[in-house]
Design a protein around this ligand. Structure first.
Ligand SMILES: Cc1cc2nc3c(=O)[nH]c(=O)nc-3n(C[C@H](O)[C@H](O)[C@H](O)COP(=O)(O)O)c2cc1C
Length: 227
C-alpha cells in the first residue's frame, strides 16, 4: 500500500524537491476543512522532525475555532490567512523541557524499543545532555526555537507534498499569542512560529532567491562559491 492509499489521498504525494520548489507562502486560503486522517498524517510527519538530543523541545497548538482564530489574527495585525485557513499551528519552543525527567525517560525507552539506542548510549546521553543544556543558560530558548522551527518546516513541506498550503508567519505580538493559547504566565515557553494550513485559493509565482554566490561560501565566508 502506498502513502496515497494509506492516507486516502486522491493523488500521490509530491516528491521532496518538487514540494520544496512549489511551496509558496499562501495569503489566500479556501475555508475547506482538512480531513482528520490527512491532518493526522501531517502531524506524524511534523513529529518526525529531528531535534537536539532528540529532546523534541517544542509543542504545537492547533487553533481551529472561529473565535480563537479571530483573536490570533488580531494578534498578527489582522493577517487574514489565519481566519481563512481551517487550522493554524502555533509552534512553541519549550526551553527547559529537558528538565522533565519522566519525559526524557520516555524518549529513551522509545529509542531503546526501536533498537536505535542501547543502555550504554543512554548512559552517555544521561551524562552529557543535562550539563550541556545547563551550560546553555539563556540560549536554552534559542535551542528550543531551533527545534520548533525545524518541526514547522517539516510541517510546511509535508503539507505541500500532500496537497495543502501554508504560510510561515513571524508577524505577531508574542504576549498576545501566548495569552490566546493559555501560556501567558510561562516564561519558559517561547512562540517560535505561527503556521496556517489549508487549501490555497491563489496561484502565484515564486519571488525567487539570490544567486548561489551570494548565499554559499567555501571554507571561509569571504570565499564565495562559484559552482
Ligand atoms: C520566519 C518567517 C516569517 C514570516 N512571516 C510572515 C508573516 O508574518 N506574514 C506573511 O504574510 N508572510 C510571512 N512570511 C513569508 C515570507 O514573506 C515568504 O516566505 C517570502 O516572501 C518568500 O516567499 P515564499 O515563501 O512564497 O517562497 C514569513 C516567512 C518566514 C520564513
Amino acid at each position: 500500500m502506498n502513502l496515497a492509499e494509506k492516507t486516502n489521498l486522491a493523488t500521490a504525494p509530491l516528491d521532496v524537491p518538487t514540494a520544496i520548489m512549489q511551496r509558496r507562502s499562501t495569503r489566500n486560503f479556501k475555508t475547506d476543512p482538512i480531513a482528520p486522517e490527512l491532518l493526522n498524517k501531517l502531524i506524524d510527519l511534523t513529529i518526525a522532525a529531528p531535534s537536539s538530543w532528540n529532546l523534541q523541545s517544542w509543542h504545537a497548538v492547533m487553533v481551529q475555532g472561529e473565535a480563537q482564530k479571530a483573536a490570533l489574527a488580531e494578534a498578527a495585525w489582522g493577517q487574514k490567512q489565519i481566519i481563512q485557513a481551517p487550522v493554524t499551528f502555533v509552534f512553541v519552543g519549550a526551553a527547559y523541557i529537558w528538565q522533565d525527567k519522566e519525559r526524557w525517560q520516555q524518549i529513551c525507552e522509545i529509542a531503546i524499543a526501536n533498537q536505535a539506542w542501547n543502555e550504554e548510549f543512554v548512559g552517555f546521553l544521561n551524562n552529557g545532555m543535562p550539563p550541556f543544556q545547563e551550560g546553555l543558560g539563556e540560549k536554552n530558548r534559542e535551542y528550543a526555537i531551533k527545534d520548533a522551527m525545524i518541526a514547522a518546516t517539516h510541517l510546511a513541506l509535508a503539507a505541500e507534498s500532500l496537497g495543502l498550503a501554508t504560510c510561515f508567519m513571524n508577524g505577531w505580538a508574542e504576549d498576545q499569542v501566548k495569552q490566546i493559547i493559555g501560556i501567558a504566565d510561562r516564561d519558559d515557553l517561547a512562540i517560535a512560529l505561527v503556521l496556517p494550513v489549508g487549501y490555497t485559493d491563489e496561484e502565484k509565482p515564486s519571488p525567487g532567491r539570490l544567486p548561489r554566490s551570494r548565499m554559499i561560501s567555501v571554507g571561509t565566508l569571504d570565499n564565495l562559491y562559484t559552482g
